[in-house]
Ligand binder design. Structure first.
Ligand SMILES: C[S@@+](CC[C@H](N)C(=O)[O-])C[C@H]1O[C@@H](n2cnc3c(N)ncnc32)[C@H](O)[C@@H]1O
Length: 113
């Protein structure tokens, strides 16, 4: 995942907006930021349901003061969770398929460019 995120950041020129669904602690994204020196061009919204996990994501974000990271403690299954965070240049849906039904899984894949 980190390699794919890193590649996406390499390909994208200029300001970049990232959205993470079921983002957990955001280890995938923060792991990449820690290896790059242009984190200031990024804006990220992380959607995580569990308050304790979201707090850990916020703590991780504090290591990157140049990057605007918003961690939302909301249900990623509601479209309201994404208001103001889309369109995004990179959408991370990492580790979400264990949390949804098979029908929703296929619908999500079909709806994802
Ligand atoms: C496998 S983890 C994601 C790990 C993340 N990609 C990383 O690298 O740190 C999946 C996360 O989805 C969260 N989650 C499960 N159902 C959710 C929902 N309906 N809305 C938001 N987050 C949810 C869980 O609390 C868990 O933290």
């Amino acid at each position: 995942m980190r390699r794919l995120i890193n590649d996406a950041m390499d390909r994208h020129v200029g300001p970049m907006r990232i959205l993470g669904s079921c983002a957990g602690e955001g280890r995938d994204m923060f792991g990449v930021l820690s290896e790059r020196d242009n984190a200031q061009r990024l804006t990220a919204t992380l959607v995580e349901l569990h308050p304790d996990i979201a707090e850990r994501a916020r703590a991780a974000a504090s290591a990157f003061p140049a990057t605007h990271v918003e961690v939302r403690i909301v249900n990623a299954g509601n479209t309201d969770a994404y208001v103001g965070a889309v369109p995004a240049d990179l959408v991370l849906r990492v580790g979400i398929f264990g949390n949804i039904s098979d029908v929703d899984l296929w619908r999500t894949i079909a709806a994802t460019p």
